[in-house]
Design a protein around this ligand. Structure first.
Ligand SMILES: [Zn+2]
Length: 376
């Protein structure tokens, strides 16, 4: 039995109810990761992950996403830090129950006030929990800023052990894995029970087709300036995390001379697509890849049609579903935002140039006698 003395409660953990709890972790023999809750210290409340339960890279990445540094409350004079479009961790109150869930700031009503007492109101669009999909009004005292940070060393060690195990077993089963044909990841996995309490399958709903039905009418938006080796599963998880919408994502092969790729995000309703479009196109932030390359919406038009979803099989095989290659939201006012804006402007300059050439090419094609060669 591990010694739980000296556990640092320096992490936030998303539990089975999708609420975030302050926790500490203990690595047991390199084979189990024990999550201890600061407010429920007795061991029967612990959640335990075993390496044996992790059978795909996707499950490992989902596990990593369940941990982050503890979110930070704001002082009354810091209310301008909370801006529209921002993801925050906030208190959801239901009767006596007070739980922390993620929410997107839908709107902010700033009011002039003294530094001692914030009077502003924030509308939050809840991403999880009882309020999921709803918008409620709240005040600054119930909002915390989500902190970026490296993976906790113990979580990182556990994950590395799990990856090593996976590598060994995938070598052993290489013939079988080729049959999955799902851009390098198996589509579903199931966790077995922990030592004292079972924990559910990591939230993986609608994974197979991102909630998009093969035969439905599809709605999609084209993207460009993507990394050429961007993993569509990473895009899908990112979109789901920030909009609560299960979408299907594609990254298309690039020409050899191109340093960027085009892609598409597809859903089964125009309302969902508009929300995703608004998220990507929000002027308060950019969505960038690990290298800082910002996503660009290729055209303002939201397209519709019935598509063959098996198109995915034409995609390059992407293996880089890894936290080292994160997508992120870069907020305005930061140095990262300034750099991303420069990169986006540079890309738009290139695009406008190409657009001009395409128009000229098109005009010259139209002016040419299509049957001229017959006179030779
Ligand atoms: Zn205020």
């Amino acid at each position: 039995m591990a010694n739980f003395n000296g556990v640092d409660f320096n992490l936030e953990y998303r539990s089975r109810d999708d609420a975030w709890y302050t926790c500490g972790v203990v690595l047991e023999d390199g084979k189990q990761l024990r999550v201890k809750f600061q407010d429920f210290i007795e061991s029967h409340f612990d959640e335990v992950f075993s390496i044996a339960d992790l059978s795909t890279h996707h499950e490992i990445e989902q596990l990593i996403r369940k941990f982050r540094p503890v979110s930070v409350p704001l002082e009354d004079n810091e209310c301008s830090k909370v801006i529209e479009g921002m993801k925050v961790c906030a208190i959801y109150r239901r009767g006596e129950e007070v739980l922390y869930f993620d929410a997107i700031v839908d709107d902010v009503h700033y009011i002039e006030h003294t530094p001692e007492k914030c009077l502003c109101t924030y509308l939050l669009f809840w991403q999880n929990g009882p309020g999921k999909g709803n918008i409620t009004a709240t005040t600054l005292e119930d909002i915390c800023l989500i902190m970026d940070g490296a993976i906790h060393p113990k979580v990182s060690d556990f994950v590395n052990f799990a990856k090593q195990k996976l590598k060994i077993s995938s070598n052993e089963k290489s013939d079988k894995s080729q049959e999955s044909g799902n851009v390098g990841h198996s589509s579903r996995g199931r966790f077995s029970a922990g030592r004292e309490r079972s924990f559910p399958e990591l939230s993986d709903q609608d994974r197979d087709l991102g909630g998009v039905n093969q035969t439905d009418h599809h709605h999609y938006v084209m993207l460009e300036n993507l990394e050429i080796d961007l993993c569509p599963l990473l895009m899908m998880d990112f979109i789901q995390e920030h909009t609560s919408i299960a979408a299907q994502a594609f990254v298309f092969p690039s020409l050899l001379a191109e340093t960027y790729a085009r892609g598409a995000i597809m859903v089964d309703s125009i309302t969902k697509l508009r929300r995703i479009y608004d998220f990507i196109n929000n002027p308060n932030h950019f969505i960038t890849s690990f290298s800082g390359r910002p996503w660009v919406i290729a055209e303002d038009k939201l397209r519709s049609g019935t598509l063959n979803i098996n198109l995915q099989s034409f995609q390059p095989k992407h293996e880089n579903y890894s936290t080292n290659r994160e997508l992120k939201v870069v907020r305005s006012g930061t140095e990262e935002y300034r750099k991303s804006k420069q990169l986006k402007d540079l890309y738009l300059e290139l695009r406008n140039h190409i657009k001009g050439l395409v128009q000229r090419f098109s005009m010259e094609e139209q002016n040419r006698d299509p049957y001229g060669f017959c006179k030779l």
